[in-house]
Structures are given as structure tokens and as C-alpha cells.
Design a protein around this ligand. Sequence first.
Ligand SMILES: [Zn+2]
Length: 77
Amino acid sequence: MESSGVRAHIECVSGTPPCGAEPPDAEKGLAPDEVEAWAEYHFRSTGHRRYDRVCCDTVQWDPPEDIDPRTITGVTS
Ligand SMILES: [Zn+2]
């Protein structure tokens, strides 16, 4: 599957209870290198080193050649 639009989310889980810090604009999703940069920034100001990280992307699933998507009942796009 072809992948596009990789987004990543990161949250600091260091300490008890977990720190919970996130990058300022975390909710819209960041590029993987942006979360990496934020982790370094957060480490430099707190020493925290444990993070939960989630990555997701958008993929195009291509059907087998013997299936024409236009023939599927109820297709809207
Ligand atoms: Zn932290």
C-alpha cells in the first residue's frame, strides 16, 4: 500500500504520575522528525526520557486487478 501523510503524536510518560507533557500543537499531528525534536527539547529542560509515541499514516488500498471498484454496489467515491 502506498503511504502518505505520516503523522506522529508524542506524550511524556516519565515519572509517577506520568508527566503528560505534549508538544504545543500536538492535536493536529506532527511529522515524525518534529516529535523527535520535541523529545530532545523536553529532555533538555526536564531530563525526562520516557515517551509514548503513536504514528499513523494514510494509505491507498488498491484492489486486485479482477475487481473494478466501479462495479461495487453502494460506492460513493
Ligand atoms: Zn516530561
